[in-house]
Write a protein that binds this ligand. Structure first.
Ligand SMILES: [Zn+2]
Length: 190
């Protein structure tokens, strides 16, 4: 397994919808294992394939990472895999929750989303499954499915909050360019 580089804000791939996974291949298995390792190393609660630059509709989640509160535990890190996840029902009530993202380091904002959802997906054995979920798992999965549609949580915050975040977002975009894009090419980036 290996740890993958997580794309940060400003990379176009984060705003590009992913394509459905057609079958489980050795490459997909390796991607899932690498994504799980990358998520655990970054202490994230979820990671979508688009965040590591693979435009495939799958994500890994680990709601327990947040309950761990950053403490080192001896218990092995777990994760769940959702392939081609699709929200087929949402509860009527939208609730606020503070969200962050491994692709937007240092940024947190309150986002309103349905408190419960029903999701259809395939598991690692390619079985179709349906599951109703609420609380943190429902929240994480909605955030990750957004990633697979090329949507970031900052796209869902209100106008005023978005205005407050604008400076931080500009800074993230600049940092990314200064690290990964040679100065001579920087002008080509939109
Ligand atoms: Zn995210």
């Amino acid at each position: 397994m290996s740890i993958l580089r997580i794309l940060t804000y400003g990379d176009d791939r984060l705003q590009t919808p992913a394509k459905a996974v057609e079958k489980i291949t050795p490459e997909i298995r390796k991607l899932i294992a690498d994504m799980a390792e990358t998520m655990h190393a970054a202490k994230g609660v979820g990671l979508a394939a688009t965040q590591v630059g693979v435009m495939a509709r799958l994500c890994v989640v680990n709601p327990e990472a947040r309950e761990g509160g950053g403490e080192e535990t001896s218990k092995p890190a777990g994760h769940r895999v959702f392939i081609n996840p699709q929200i087929i029902w949402t509860s009527d009530e939208d609730v606020p929750m503070s969200e962050g993202c491994l692709s937007l380091p240092g940024i947190e904002a309150e986002v309103f989303r349905p408190s419960a959802i029903r999701v259809r997906y395939r598991d690692e054995r390619w079985q179709v499954r349906e599951e109703e979920m609420s609380g943190l798992l429902a929240r994480i999965l909605q955030h990750e499915i957004d990633h697979l549609d090329g949507v970031l949580f900052v796209d869902r915050v209100g106008f005023v909050r978005r205005h407050v975040l604008a400076g931080q977002l500009r800074k993230l975009r600049k940092e990314r360019e200064s690290i990964f894009v040679p100065a001579a090419l920087a002008g080509d980036k939109g």
